[in-house]
Design a protein around this ligand. Structure first.
Ligand SMILES: O=C[C@H](O)COP(=O)(O)O
Length: 255
């Protein structure tokens, strides 16, 4: 695949993300405006729960109602408090979020608890009902071993995850091709309808190309579209636009 083709596809596969402590209505408006590229829009924007309503309004104002709004719950710590994660998820869905990225209780799994993760995912899935997709962040960089990455993936899928996602972007090791391979193997073996999201540290068209090629080789070219495959990224869009030679919007390098 040519790099420009990968850049174009990566825009459409992206959850354009801003999860910063200093996010404000103004920065989220700018994020929504950045979603309006001349090469199309990202699949979603991903923001903190308190920005969901504002994001919906802003995307509507810009005529970008087709762009989904994703948000995060149990984030970034991945606690074992099932009730809190469920309540956060229910509130985010009620606020209008289309997609919920919930952090799996990965530390509990590392300590040998295989039960709490399944229960938490199931509870959040119920909270999403048929109103929102549930994306489960397994924090693969903290799980470290292939066995734990596979186990977390299997549990999340068994709990009803619509996507499994590598990382919060808030730890030292985020998305890697190695974790991607293990997670895609889990999806394939499950036979379930479950997508995959590479998140954290994906910054260039060259990075995106490697993930797309890996996913295509494992799952088939037809599988790699926004219904099944996403990039979660806060600083990829500028590089993609540069790659596509879009001289007038490259200044938005932050997104
Ligand atoms: O879910 C998306 C991640 O938080 C984004 O990570 P990033 O800032 O490294 O692109």
């Amino acid at each position: 695949m040519m790099i420009k083709q990968a850049a174009l596809r990566a825009i459409q596969l992206m959850d354009l993300t801003s999860l910063n402590n200093n996010d404000s209505p103004e920065t989220i408006s700018a994020l929504c405006e950045a979603a309006n590229t001349k090469y199309g829009t990202p699949a979603a924007i991903c923001v903190f729960p308190e920005m969901v309503v504002w994001s919906k309004l802003e995307l509507g104002r810009l005529g970008l109602g087709a762009v989904k709004v994703a948000t995060v719950t149990n984030f970034p710590e991945g606690s074992i408090n099932i009730q809190r994660a469920e309540a956060e998820t229910a509130r985010a869905v009620a606020a209008g979020a289309d997609e919920i990225d919930v952090v799996f209780p990965y530390r509990a799994l590392i300590e040998g608890d295989v039960r709490v993760g399944l229960q938490l995912v199931k509870a959040c899935k119920v909270a999403c009902a048929d109103k929102a997709l549930l994306k489960v962040i397994i924090e693969s960089g903290e799980l470290q071993t292939p066995e734990l990455i596979r186990q977390a993936s299997d549990i999340a899928i068994a709990g009803g995850a619509d996507f499994i996602k590598t990382s919060t972007g808030k730890v030292s090791v985020n998305a890697t091709l190695e974790a991607t391979r293990i997670m895609l193997e889990a999806i394939k073996a499950s036979g379930a309808k479950c997508g995959f999201k590479a998140a954290g540290g994906v910054r260039t068209a060259e990075d995106a190309l490697q993930y797309i090629e890996l996913a295509e080789s494992m799952m088939g070219a037809d599988w790699v579209h926004a219904e099944n495959f996403r990039f979660g990224a806060s600083s990829l869009l500028g590089n993609l636009l540069n790659t596509l030679n879009d001289a007038d919007v490259v200044e938005k390098d932050d997104y």
